[in-house]
Design a protein around this ligand. Structure first.
Ligand SMILES: NC(=O)c1ccc[n+]([C@@H]2O[C@H](COP(=O)([O-])OP(=O)(O)OC[C@H]3O[C@@H](n4cnc5c(N)ncnc54)[C@H](O)[C@@H]3O)[C@@H](O)[C@H]2O)c1
Length: 346
């Protein structure tokens, strides 16, 4: 199968690119290369005859039409997005542009391509979204695929809008769409502005480890390689028009997550131990959602899929990867905004 993957130079997209090629799929990686992109993420497969790269903005309709005409993909997996909630608070415009207008433009390019080829059987448009579209939970309950949308940040609102567009293109034009909404990912190649790498890199540097508010916000943590595996499964076997929630079955408070990473570092990198002494509570994020949790039933029963690692196992692999790949993360620490506290301007 030839898959057009948007955002394949980002964190999750690159994991999907690597796994897809390892499984024998051809991949066209469409990425404009924003501050969050890194082509080194796909260096292990970029010499493969199965890999092609197109530096294209998903808001650029003529360029997208050329990519579809040139590569003739069997399917689209759409991961390109602005993805950092804190940046969405300081500058929501880029999120509306890429996540909403970009998704609309990609849908139209995909529709024109698919209709121009007699609506060929087997085509899929797989939209990758987030559990944040469902809003914030109290202490009880989990998000199911039928939970009403209630986004509360510019990021999650822009992703919710993109989900609605994808469903509308399925209903109105018959485009064969499938959606997934996943929980917080972590793992190798995670851009160093997100919580897990921030904790690892601050601890290694002996610098304060910032924890927002009291650290009592709860997230479900999904190892990125498990997520990529689940996405390729839904791509192949998901029912048209259906959405699937993908979780790691690992609910943890932010503070406990940070303590787990510190304990792993105490073992792997004892200089500076105990690293938990670096934990510093800082002003909370405005509108910080309290809890996200995923009901995994549909992925378990319909797709026969479960995550392969616990959060302890996944974090240990992740810490080891950061210890072994200093050149990768050092280069990204110089990028604009990385290492600064963002998202306090509300
Ligand atoms: N990271 C998570 O925990 C998480 C959780 C749930 C859902 N998601 C969703 O998964 C997808 C991937 O997330 P990620 O963490 O890998 O993001 P990321 O920020 O690491 O990567 C995004 C990629 O998209 C590219 N991109 C951005 N704007 C573009 C544009 N206009 N045209 C073409 N390419 C563009 C960037 O260059 C980058 O390579 C996103 O849609 C995100 O909303 C992420």
């Amino acid at each position: 199968m030839k898959i057009l993957i948007t955002g394949g130079a980002g964190f999750i997209g690159s994991a999907v690119v690597r796994q897809a090629i390892e499984r024998g799929h051809s991949v066209v990686n469409v990425d404009v290369l924003t501050y969050a992109a890194c082509l080194d993420n796909v260096a292990s497969v970029s010499d493969s005859p199965l890999y092609a790269f197109e530096q294209v903005d998903i808001c650029d309709m003529p360029a997208l039409a050329d990519v579809f005409a040139k590569h003739q993909p069997d399917a689209v997996m759409h991961l390109a997005a602005e993805s950092h909630v804190d940046r969405s608070i300081d500058g929501p415009g880029a999120f509306i542009q890429t996540n909403v207008t970009g998704t609309y433009t990609l849908l139209e390019a995909a529709r024109a391509y698919w209709q121009g080829r007699e609506r060929f059987a087997g085509f899929r448009f797989h939209h990758i979204s987030t559990d944040e579209v469902f809003g914030s939970l109290g202490p009880e309950g989990q998000f199911t695929e039928d939970t009403p949308y209630d986004p509360r940040s510019p990021y999650s609102a822009s992703k919710a809008a993109s989900d609605h567009l994808v469903r509308a293109w399925g209903e109105t034009y018959g485009l064969p769409i499938v959606l997934t909404n996943c929980s917080n990912n972590y793992g190798p190649f995670h851009f160093p502005e997100k919580l897990v790498p921030v904790v690892i890199l601050r601890a290694l540097a002996g610098e304060p480890i910032p924890v927002y508010g009291k650290g009592d916000n709860i997230r479900d943590w999904l190892y990125v390689e498990d997520h990529a595996d689940a996405l390729l499964k839904v791509m192949a076997d998901g029912k048209i028009g259906r959405s699937y929630n993908i979780g790691g079955e690992n609910e943890v408070t932010n503070l406990d997550l940070v303590k787990m990473i510190c304990a792993i570092l105490d073992d792997r990198h004892p200089q500076g131990a105990p690293h938990a002494q670096l934990i510093t509570f800082v002003t909370d994020r405005p509108g910080h959602d309290m809890r996200y949790a995923i009901d995994p039933t549909r992925m378990n029963t319909e797709m026969g899929w479960k995550p392969s690692v616990t959060v302890e196992e996944g974090l240990a692999k992740t810490v080891d990867w950061y210890l072994e790949n200093e050149d990768w993360w050092r280069a990204l620490q110089n990028r604009e905004g990385v290492g600064q506290r963002l998202g306090t301007k509300a």
